[in-house]
Design a protein. Structure first.
Length: 253
């Protein structure tokens, strides 16, 4: 696609399991813009995502000043499937096989309390950011207490395991308190309906998702407040550019 990536929704399982699976839970650990290991791991995850790896260096100052609140998505160690999930992730991404240390000294542009800087090892399987401004000017004005969900990535090796939902649960819980004190969360994603939808997916030789991103976020209480007819684009094999409509959604929290 030609412009910034929309917020993704996890791919739902195609068939239900007959064995109940414990609900996934995750922790959010701040990205440390001063740590070479954190910087390199973010670069590797953005390469895996396919978007914005070249921007990681510029994110360091944005993280320091609080315009970005980038956090790692970390599996809870109490997850009974923790070892197998980590093995799946590191097998898919061998360069992400070494743990990081919890060393960030700030979050949201404010110092972290010393007791929160644990220095303990952790294995990130994704990341998510809360930004004070939308990544492209001219679409949505910034406002006090509003944060945009951005650069949301979960390891594809762990799709359909509930980590997207768990990450959103964790974000919506932490964002209302210090240091962010948010009132509203917002995001942009591909619209669920737009003119020529079937023709576009056929030209790109892909099936549309069973559950659209817009519908997934709507189920979480996000409502559309703006629609853009041509927001993202992608070229087919013949070089023709196909545009996707986008929606901006928000949720009072």
């Amino acid at each position: 696609m030609a412009t910034s990536s929309p917020a993704p929704a996890p791919t739902p399982a195609s068939t239900p399991s007959h064995t109940p699976t414990p609900a996934a839970t995750v922790l959010l650990i701040p990205w440390d813009p001063e740590s070479p290991a954190h910087i390199e791991r973010m670069y590797e995850q953005r390469l895996a995502c396919g978007w914005k790896a070249e921007q990681v260096e510029s994110w360091r100052e944005l993280q320091r000043c609080g315009k970005f609140t980038l956090q790692w998505v970390v599996l809870s160690s109490t997850d009974p499937l923790y070892p197998s999930k980590i093995a799946k992730h590191t097998t898919a991404y061998p360069k992400q096989s070494t743990p990081l240390l919890d060393t960030a000294t700030s979050l949201g542009g404010k110092p972290r309390p010393g007791m929160e800087i644990t220095g303990t090892e952790f294995m990130p399987v994704g990341h998510i950011s809360l930004n004070t401004e939308y990544e492209e000017p001219g679409y949505v004005d910034a406002e006090e207490g509003l944060y945009f969900i951005a650069t949301f990535w979960i390891s594809p090796s762990l799709q359909s395991l509930g980590l997207g939902r768990a990450s959103m649960d964790a974000v919506e819980k932490m964002v209302t308190s210090e240091p962010l004190n948010a009132r509203v969360l917002a995001l942009s994603t591909v619209a669920n309906e737009y003119e020529g939808k079937s023709e576009r997916w056929a030209a790109l030789e892909r099936e549309p998702p069973a559950l659209s991103n817009q519908d997934w976020y709507a189920r979480r209480g996000y409502v559309v407040f703006k629609t853009v007819k041509e927001k993202w684009s992608e070229k087919d094999k013949a070089g023709k550019e196909w545009w996707f409509a986008g929606v901006f959604m928000r949720k009072e929290i």
